[in-house]
Design a binder for this molecule. Structure first.
Ligand SMILES: Nc1ncnc2c1ncn2[C@@H]1O[C@H](COP(=O)(O)OP(=O)(O)O)[C@@H](O)[C@H]1O
Ligand SMILES: [Mg+2]
Length: 361
């Protein structure tokens, strides 16, 4: 599972549009995607035609629970498109924000919640327009941060603040997050937009994605119709731009487009296709940790049958087959492996205080 936060402390930079449509584009490519709306303004939630009251189970409800033995996000995620589920947001009353600030795990709460879910290939987090506790939670839960930057006059102003916050979290908690930036709301006809794009490329260098998101009326309209652009206007420029973004994002993180992000080695995928109803079997194998030939070879038929939903006879055959394949193949190359999960961070007694937080927020 790979988690990416979409962040920029400026409002109107295209965060929500990027989170919704990147998530939808990844789902179009057959990945299982969870979109978390972490902005109390709930724009991503509203863009799917969903509106919650403060007391309904939202991301903030889950963050406020003490209980850690249930996968709360899985309980409240609602399917919104094929392959795409949404953890909705709701207004965040001030006392709830305060009680979040008072928790010992306040910077890691979202990360704990994300760690409990397994069935998704990607988690995309739409951040609020601030670098406060919510956005820091998103950074601590993510392997990458994607910064959408509007190609307007104000684009460059304060653009480094998010990078400073990322660097600060890395320095204090050893949590490394890679960053990428994407130009949004680009109007090719204006010289100013072209100049700003050049300036952004100079500033972000290799972290700037080649894909540019152009201004597109379809992107604006899609959310008012309660749909991502992939469903609302699949042949529009806006849809093409976001599909390009998804492809480039996958390349950058080392996943080849078109492959199933199964997390299983190619040989395990092949065996699952031979012996089971492929996608489901692959997911079950992955969730149970049978991701390599070596793992399958050492499996017990009874357990394997149970985990992968196979008969014991078939499970035995699969193990035998895996053992034979072991001799023939030297490749344990993973098919579209997802990069490693973030390292565990132990806050220990050096737990964060609201003062520390000011440094990033
Ligand atoms: N590429 C685009 N073309 C046209 N309108 C866009 C585009 N990206 C965003 N918008 C519109 O700009 C406004 C702000 O975008 P939004 O994604 O909500 O930004 P943020 O989440 O950073 O505040 C919204 O009305 C949205 O529909
Ligand atoms: Mg937004």
């Amino acid at each position: 599972m790979y988690t990416v936060a979409i962040a920029n402390h400026k409002g109107g930079s295209g965060k929500t549009t990027t989170a919704v449509n990147l998530a939808a584009s990844l789902a179009e490519m057959q990945y299982q995607v969870l979109l978390i709306d972490l902005d109390p303004q709930s724009h991503a939630t509203l863009s799917f035609g969903v509106e919650l009251e403060t007391d309904e189970p939202s991301i903030f409800w889950a963050m406020g629970q003490e209980n850690n033995d249930r996968a709360l996000l899985a309980e409240i995620a609602m399917p919104v498109e094929r392959g795409l589920s949404l953890v909705p947001s709701a207004p965040l009353p001030i006392h709830e924000e305060e009680s979040l600030m008072g928790r010992r795990d306040r910077l890691l709460r979202l990360r704990e919640l994300v760690a409990q879910i397994q069935k998704y290939d990607f988690v995309v987090i739409d951040c609020p327009p601030a670098l406060g506790i919510l956005t820091c939670n998103a950074f601590m839960a993510s392997q990458a941060v994607l910064l959408p930057v509007e190609t307007s006059f104000y684009a460059m102003h304060g653009v480094g603040r998010a990078l400073e916050a990322i660097a600060d979290l890395e320095k204090r908690y050893g949590h490394a997050v890679r960053h990428m930036a994407v130009a949004t709301l680009f109007d090719r006809r204006t010289a100013l937009a072209r100049d700003i794009l050049e300036e952004l490329r100079r500033y972000f260098r290799g972290a700037m994605l080649d894909t540019v998101i152009h201004q597109s009326i379809h992107l604006r309209e899609a959310s008012s119709h309660g749909k991502p652009v992939t469903a609302y206007a699949p042949s529009s420029r806006g849809c093409r731009d976001y599909c390009d973004l998804a492809e480039e994002f996958l390349q950058r993180i080392g996943v080849t487009t078109g492959e199933v992000a199964s997390g299983c080695s190619e040989e395990v995928v092949l065996l699952a296709q031979m012996y089971g109803n492929s996608r489901e079997t692959i997911e079950r194998l992955r969730d149970a940790g049978y991701t390599t030939l070596e793992g399958l070879r050492r499996a017990q038929a009874k357990k394997l049958a149970h985990h992968a939903g196979l008969s014991q006879h078939v499970a035995r055959q699969m193990i035998r087959h895996a053992t034979r394949m072991q001799g023939f193949t030297t490749s344990t190359r993973h098919r579209a492996p997802l990069p490693a999960e973030p390292r565990a961070v132990d806050l220990g007694e050096a737990s964060v205080s609201p003062d520390n937080l000011q440094a990033v927020g």
